[in-house]
Ligand binder design. Structure first.
Ligand code: NIG
Ligand code: FE
Length: 420
């Protein structure tokens, strides 16, 4: 099985020779592309690409392929699919009532204190079966695929009991088997303290460490471990205990940090070699300094900042200081009920002042890194997985974030298969 796309107006975000693992600082602006290009896919993989002028070199190769689908891209462009490195897309029900409370002036923390927020989702998830959760998640997945996402990370954290956390992670793993998305899973037992543990937060942390982590590791249900290290949720000390326990079981940290305050979350994440630290609304010079020279991807979630009307993470300052930055959706029912990465791309440009080139790197290569997948996804490179989309007709690359709100994806190819 092979697909040859020719007459591509622009083939965007290619690797030239050596593959990058991420783009940082000034390099984020570098977005290599080829005008009037072809792309050859065989089975799951990208096996060749180049200028239409050189398409003759494929002759011999094409003779060996029995089933070839040819696509004439005409005025359309080809991009690597978005990687969405931070979501909570397995959940039960929705929380639009709290949305109205928010509009009326209650803060995220006030809603959480009243048993709303994460605990509200936890109650509903505990009551739902695995089948129900899959059924609810599938339309969300179909929608994000149509908007160009090819890989997602999915967190637990609406279970908050050993059984329900395990149920969530099994559902997330199952979604990886039954949908064409590449899925990584993250255990987030320390997302909130359940009501039964009010005033006994330490005991809940013990439950996470002694009960949940060993069971989840035994069933190989998670790739990463997360803690909501923030004011009103989990302290730095608690985060350290949980991360150390997770690391013992081979779970690398990817944590929620500095969304609500200068929580020390960034520092503790870096200390424990986190693959990413996410949210980052409260990032100052000290935090930037701590991140520089590390292997931790600072990840910004503009949907949550928009939906909760929060201060913005200083993305521009971070990039200018030489850091890489990733942008993900945070798709969840409480703070970002959308997994639309095209919107994330536009917000990165408009609200966080990234150039379109920086924003494309931030939502493809850098998010692939933040999922531990930049060797196989996130750009157009020989040997990488064929997760790409053909755009609608567009005058330029800049049009993609510019024309916000409408879907610019036409054809989706995931794992070398045409999906739509
Ligand atoms: O990433 N910040 C913590 N967790 C989620 C919100 C979850 C919720 O409100 O349900 C987030 O925004
Ligand atoms: Fe989140």
């Amino acid at each position: 099985m092979a697909i040859l796309i020719h007459n591509i107006k622009e083939l965007v975000n290619i690797e030239n020779g050596e593959n990058r693992i991420w783009a940082a600082g000034k390099e984020m602006e570098k977005l290599l592309s080829i005008q009037d290009a072809f792309l050859l896919i065989e089975d799951e993989l990208i096996i060749d690409f180049g200028s239409m002028k050189d398409i003759g070199r494929l002759e011999e190769k094409l003779d060996t392929i029995s089933m070839l689908t040819e696509i004439d891209a005409k005025d359309r462009m080809v991009f690597p699919s978005f990687c969405d490195s931070h979501t909570h897309l397995v959940y039960a029900g929705s929380r639009e009532i709290e949305y109205v409370d928010k509009i009326r002036g209650l803060s995220y923390e006030e809603i959480a204190k009243r048993g709303g927020g994460i605990l509200n989702s936890a109650k509903r998830l505990q009551e739902a079966s695995e089948e129900q959760l899959i059924e609810e998640a599938l339309p969300r997945i179909e929608e994000i695929i149509q908007y160009g996402t090819g890989a997602v990370e999915i967190k637990s954290g609406y279970g908050l009991t050993p059984e329900a956390e395990i149920k969530m992670l099994r559902v997330a793993r199952k979604l990886g088997e039954i949908t064409p998305l590449t899925i990584k899973t993250t255990f987030l037992g320390a997302h909130a303290v359940p009501l039964e543990y009010k005033g006994r937060q330490n005991e809940y942390v013990d439950l996470v460490i002694n009960d949940m982590i060993p069971q989840i590791a035994a069933e190989d249900l998670a790739d990463y471990i997360d803690v909501f290290c923030d004011k009103g949720f989990f302290t730095v000390e608690e985060t350290e205990r949980i991360l150390m326990a997770g690391i013992k079981y081979g779970l690398r940290p990817k944590i929620h940090a500095n969304e609500l305050a200068y929580s020390g979350g960034i520092q503790v994440g870096v200390k424990y070699g986190a693959l990413s630290v996410d949210h980052l609304e409260y990032t100052g010079d000290d935090e930037i300094e701590v991140l520089l020279g590390t292997e931790t991807m600072p990840t910004i979630l503009p949907g949550a900042a928009f939906f909760l009307n929060m201060v913005h993470a200083p993305a521009r300052k971070m990039i200018d200081a030489g850091l890489p930055v990733a942008f993900a959706s945070d798709f969840n029912p409480g703070s970002s009920p959308s997994g639309n990465m095209q919107l994330v791309l536009s917000m990165a440009c408009i609200q966080f002042r990234l150039t379109p080139q920086e924003a494309i790197n931030a939502t493809t290569l850098n998010t692939a890194y933040a999922m531990g997948l930049s060797d196989e996804l996130g750009s157009i490179a020989i040997g990488k997985k064929a997760n790409v989309y053909i755009s609608r007709e567009m005058p330029s690359i800049e049009f993609l974030p510019y024309a916000y709100g409408s879907n610019k994806v036409d054809v989706v190819i995931l794992n070398g298969v045409i999906i739509q």
